[in-house]
Design a binder for this molecule. Structure first.
Ligand SMILES: [Zn+2]
Length: 358
């Protein structure tokens, strides 16, 4: 009997790390760090694994590769885009964005996750099927999503708990910020950042002021990562990267890479303007404790307006039904949502700790 064990990432927001044991092979799905500073998965009890598969390059899914020697330095599998983002082009085996591969005797299917460039869900053909979503989204105006095949067991991206508001609601909540027209928005360059500037340019006809790191990411996404994008998006992202003005002092709607402002241009500008009344500072993603994002939102200097980068509860329910899941592991969300999850996913059983037979 195959089984999956949540090493980290189940019952609370934390680094992703799941161990799959088939009887013939031991596979690790993701090896993340954070998102809270200093939060590493405890890999002490894992032992030697045969392969490490990564869903996408975000730090909380792929930021703990330095721990790989503790699990036997296994061969690394990820899409070419993710291997490149991690600087592992020469030392990993690339997975297709949408296709199949054979890893240690297990057929692994992949599809685009609608969340990040190069990001995929992973479907393992063991038992009744194990589907690991990593992070995913179905509302993204930029990133494409492929529907996964049937699976009896699903590890879902439940980052948002029982939250169920749409991306349109997020866009409406941000409208006053955009209308006032003077704001700094620190965003992840390889996630929500391109979505937000795309929304601003296409829905509102406004070009943002771009930090250098975000502009470089847009150029790369519109070329090397084009296959991760929805149809028709590439040209517009390339145009924004070419034509959007740089950040030159405190003016306009300014977007910088690094969402929690711990590094890069976001950190520098937040530090520069934290003590000033302007510009408005707005965070749109998860606010990890111990970061400038938390300090400024706690003090009232910055506002928090969520921009959906993960599935709503209704998206996860639809996904679990579409693949015929009998067991659901809602990952990356707080276990206090357990009652809501049980009700939403019934008759599937919901697990928020330990291991599941597949
Ligand atoms: Zn992610």
């Amino acid at each position: 009997m195959a089984r999956v064990t949540a090493v980290s990432g189940l019952g609370a927001k934390g680094p992703a790390c799941f161990l799959v044991e088939t009887g013939q092979a031991r596979l690790l799905l993701d090896l993340g760090y954070g998102p809270q500073p200093g939060l590493w998965p405890n890999v002490d009890g894992i032992g030697r694994v045969d392969a490490l598969l990564l869903s996408h390059a975000h730090r909380d899914h792929a930021g703990a590769l330095k721990l790989a020697p503790q699990v036997g330095d296994p061969p690394l599998y990820a899409t070419a885009s993710v291997l490149s983002a991690l600087g592992r082009q020469g030392s990993g085996t690339s997975l297709p964005l949408c296709g199949a591969a054979e890893i240690c005797g297990v057929t692994v299917r992949t599809g685009r996750n609608g969340h990040a460039p190069g990001g995929v869900w992973l479907h393992l053909d063991i038992g009744g099927g194990l589907l690991y979503m990593g992070d995913h989204g179905v509302e993204s105006p930029v990133y494409a999503f492929d529907a996964p095949p049937a699976a009896a067991t699903v590890i879902l991206d439940a980052s948002y708990g029982s939250y169920d508001s749409s991306l349109d609601d997020c866009a409406r909540a941000l409208e006053p910020v955009f209308e006032r027209g003077l704001a700094l928005l620190p965003v992840p360059s390889n996630g929500r950042g391109p979505e937000l500037v795309y929304h601003l340019a296409t829905a509102l006809g406004t070009l943002p002021h771009l930090g250098a790191d975000l502009r470089a990411a847009l150029l790369r996404i519109a070329s090397a990562d084009e296959a991760s994008l929805r149809a028709g998006v590439t040209e517009e992202l390339a145009r924004i990267a070419r034509e959007a003005p740089p950040i030159a002092g405190c003016q306009g709607l300014m977007f910088t890479g690094y969402a929690d402002a711990t590094e890069g241009e976001s950190a520098r500008l937040v530090a520069q303007w934290e003590g000033e009344p302007r510009p408005e500072i707005v965070f749109t993603g998860y606010v990890p404790s111990g970061t400038p994002a938390q300090r400024l939102t706690d003090s009232g200097r910055a506002r928090y307006v969520r921009w959906n980068a993960h599935p709503r509860l209704r998206d996860n329910v639809a996904l679990a039904r579409s693949v015929g899941a009998r067991t659901v592991l809602p990952a990356f969300g707080d276990a206090r949502h357990l009652d809501a999850w049980r009700e939403a996913f019934a008759p599937a059983q919901v697990l928020v700790q330990g291991e599941a037979a597949i």
